[in-house]
Ligand binder design. Structure first.
Ligand SMILES: Cc1cc2nc3c(=O)[nH]c(=O)nc-3n(C[C@H](O)[C@H](O)[C@H](O)COP(=O)(O)OP(=O)(O)OC[C@H]3O[C@@H](n4cnc5c(N)ncnc54)[C@H](O)[C@@H]3O)c2cc1C
Length: 461
């Protein structure tokens, strides 16, 4: 970069140096492309969005970011709860065009571009009777999700997303394009499995796929009663490992499968995911169905991608507040606190969520990856979605933070991908001290100047 020229000229020169495109505020699609999933970050206006076409473009953009000293954001699926996918007055490396999905069904692997979403990859592999678990939303980017760990519908059956990660292609701060896997740069491979976007820009991810010839899943909607919720959590923790659940107290959405008179009413919507045949699923599901007369039971043979049914339509885009904690217990008192919290929420949509962990995710040793919360049995999360001004944001931030403290007063740490916007505890709550020390050491080797700092930032040792 030649600093004799004005910054605007340098940005336009960057455009001529890459295969992809540089989008500046005067471009007709700038306003749409700068937006991320959550509307509270809509006031952030990057100087340029670098829509990269290959890893070499990423290396060129990184070189430019370092020379210009502009704030740098990395954007894949745009669903960061901290708004890290957009930098006000800075540069955004936008990976959405790196979305190729290359399935090797015979060897049960897939290489997927970092711009692909969970829904894109799930739909591409399930037609081969194969699966890799992502999260509960098809719109979330595989890259951001995987780099934090990936806790979803197959956590108990096949582990976290990182437990199926075989390799990443990554562009480091120095512009090197590396493959990191168990044999090559194993320290870097360890760090990207939970350490987030601190170590480089991942351009492709390779996953081991699991055989899923039969799958049974869908929502079991139960009454929002503390005894039912506590019973559910106990059963889910004791269930066969083929069964993973993500259950939430929420107002019933205006979905076609919900009767009009029930829409907006609070209910316990338990998303059930059984990785196996129908008869075994029905056996495992029987005690859950016996907890109370279901308000709706839509659990049956289905494609795994159908579990993304709760994704909001694009027109429902709004602001969101989130808080989350790992916890060792979830009993009747916790269920009562959760029901009280859900009833007190003033946002038009909220989710008070319980994820039951263990199974394959729990068997991986705590130091095998940078995600160290392997012993936690539960993760509770509160999410409020709303529109409005700063007073509303403040009220909803208070709701999520009071709710999580009431339900899980003793925290076993926080999932890095669910850290709320502005949550002060940051890295110290996301990583135990020995994990953090190891991450900081690896950061020092791969990003000593902390180029990648718009994230849950790990400082170089
Ligand atoms: C509605 C919703 C549902 C969710 N559900 C789940 C869930 O069920 N399970 C779960 O585990 N998580 C879940 N999450 C959290 C989600 O995993 C994180 O927010 C994740 O960071 C989003 O990734 P992204 O690529 O969409 O976001 P982005 O905003 O594009 O990226 C987030 C950050 O990750 C880093 N990053 C992303 N891509 C790269 C890359 N290629 N190279 C280097 N760094 C990168 C960067 O720091 C970036 O700023 C959910 C989030 C939302 C909003």
């Amino acid at each position: 970069m030649d600093k004799r020229f004005p910054l605007a000229d340098q940005i336009s020169m960057l455009g001529s140096m890459i295969r992809g495109r540089v989008i500046t505020p005067s471009a007709p699609d700038y306003e749409a492309l700068r937006l991320v999933a959550m509307a509270q970050f809509d006031d952030r206006r990057p100087l340029a969005i670098v829509r990269v076409a290959n890893p070499a473009d990423v290396a060129t953009a990184l070189n430019f970011a370092q020379a210009s000293d502009l704030p740098l954001a990395i954007r894949a699926g745009g669903h960061s709860t901290g708004g890290y996918g957009v930098a006000d007055g800075g540069l955004v490396i936008d990976l959405r065009d790196l979305n190729a999905i290359d399935v090797d069904a015979a060897n049960r692997t897939v290489w997927a571009g970092a711009g692909a979403t969970a829904g894109d990859v799930t739909r591409a592999i399930e037609q081969h009777g194969l699966i890799v678990g992502f999260g509960d939303s098809g719109d979330v980017g595989i890259a951001g999700l995987t780099l934090g760990g990936g806790i979803g519908y197959f956590a108990r059956s096949f582990g976290l997303t990182i437990d199926s990660l075989l390799a990443v292609e990554i562009v480091t701060a120095s512009g090197d394009i590396l493959i990191a896997d168990a044999a090559n740069h194993p320290d870097l491979f360890w760090a990207v499995r939970g350490g987030g976007g601190n170590f480089g820009v991942v351009t492709r991810l390779q996953y081991r796929l699991h055989s899923l010839p039969e799958f049974v899943g869908g929502p079991l909607v139960l009454p929002p009663v503390p005894e039912v919720i506590a019973g559910f959590a106990r059963l889910a923790a004791e269930a066969p490992e083929e069964l993973t659940t993500i259950a939430m107290l929420m107002p019933l959405p205006p979905a076609p499968f919900i009767p009009a008179e029930a829409q907006g009413q609070l209910a316990f919507v338990a998303m059930m995911a059984f990785a196996g045949p129908l008869d075994a699923a029905n056996k495992a599901l029987a005690p859950f169905r016996a907890l109370a007369t279901p308000l709706a039971d839509l659990v049956g043979p289905a494609p795994a991608s159908s579990l993304y049914m709760l994704d909001p339509p694009p027109e429902a885009r709004g602001m969101a507040s989130v808080r989350s904690r790992f916890t060792g217990n979830f009993g009747l008192d916790d269920a009562r606190a959760m029901v009280n919290a859900a009833r007190a929420c003033t946002a038009p949509m909220s989710m008070s969520q319980i994820r039951v962990l263990g199974g394959a995710a729990g068997r991986v040793p705590g130091d095998a990856t940078a995600f160290a919360h392997r012993n936690s049995r539960f993760m509770v999360s509160f999410l409020a979605m709303y529109g409005g001004g700063p007073d509303i944001v403040e009220a909803q931030e208070r709701w999520v933070s009071d709710s999580v403290a009431a339900v899980a007063p003793v925290s076993n740490g926080v999932y890095v991908n669910f850290l709320g916007n502005g949550e002060a505890r940051g890295v110290a709550s996301a990583y135990p001290a020995d994990t953090l020390a190891r991450l900081r050491d690896i950061k020092r080797r791969y990003d000593p100047a902390n180029l990648f700092r718009l994230n849950t930032n790990i400082l170089p040792a």
